[in-house]
Write a protein that binds this ligand. Structure first.
Ligand SMILES: N[C@@H](CCC(=O)N[C@@H](CS)C(=O)NCC(=O)O)C(=O)O
Length: 243
């Protein structure tokens, strides 16, 4: 199986939280894969991640995991209805809300945007790189953030909303190793894709979101635990600048 998005960084597993989600889940359940670079335009849905499994192409992190669970039923965790409901609720809290906050603090926030112009499309020379990002990616995301709703609020109100969601995630995790106990599930893959970027991609994410997340020490140790358990030796987080 192959799936892709450029590993533009060795600081975080992927700068796409949805690619990081699929990669973390593949590692949680122990399914082997080859990671291939790709562009959203290569994907049938115009977004990454996409997997190639034999002759099947599957796009979108949600459908990729559903497809793999159908194909490899032995990896499906046996969860009770309440556990399953909690996992689904956390998946949507992260994928459909917190990741929009990440998009804002990465692409709209001045510090995040400054880093994006250095780190994204790094194979395209400047000033063409900044031109392409500021005429395409950034305005598209700005429109998407307004449609989603978060983009309509003041900076202060965005943080109030995001902080409440982070507090909820922290309370759900509590002092457990993973969201449902001792074994990581889909919800942990989602939470990791988001938190890994917020806490460790100091170059391309505005610091206010990182500081909001750092207030919840259990979220920090949980992210570090997933990094050291499932990405051991691959992510050089100790070299992350502390600015
Ligand atoms: N619902 C999708 C979201 C995927 C997504 O937003 N991918 C972004 C990268 S983080 C992308 O490919 N964006 C390109 C675009 O929308 O043009 C999933 O869960 O996979």
């Amino acid at each position: 199986m192959e799936f892709g998005y450029p590993r533009v960084s060795d600081v975080v597993s992927s700068r796409s939280p949805y690619v990081a989600k699929v990669e973390a889940w593949l590692r949680f359940v122990g399914l082997p894969y080859n990671r291939k670079n790709g562009a959203p335009s290569d994907s049938p849905k115009g977004q990454l991640p996409t997997i190639q499994h034999g002759s099947n192409t599957v796009s979108d992190s949600f459908f990729i995991i559903k497809y793999l669970e159908r194909t490899y039923p032995e990896v499906v965790q046996q969860l009770g209805p309440e556990q399953l409901a909690l996992s689904v609720a956390v998946e949507h809290l992260v994928d459909d809300f917190l990741n929009w906050g990440l998009a804002h603090y990465r692409w709209m926030h001045p510090k995040g945007w400054e880093g994006c112009q250095r780190c994204f499309l790094s194979d395209v020379p400047q000033p063409l790189r900044s031109f392409l990002l500021s005429h395409n990616k950034r305005p598209n995301l700005q429109k998407a953030l307004v449609c989603q709703g978060l983009g309509r609020h003041s900076e202060r109100d965005k943080l109030v909303m995001l902080d409440e969601a982070l507090a909820a995630l922290s309370a759900i995790l509590g002092d457990k190793r993973y969201i449902l106990g001792n074994q990581p599930c889909v919800a942990d893959a989602c939470a990791f894709g988001f938190l890994d970027n917020v806490l460790f991609d100091t170059e391309c994410v505005g610091r206010e979101l990182r500081e909001a997340a750092e207030q919840y020490s259990n979220l920090v140790t949980y992210t570090e635990r997933i990094r050291s358990t499932y990405f051991e030796g691959e992510l050089t987080w100790e070299e992350t600048p502390s600015t």
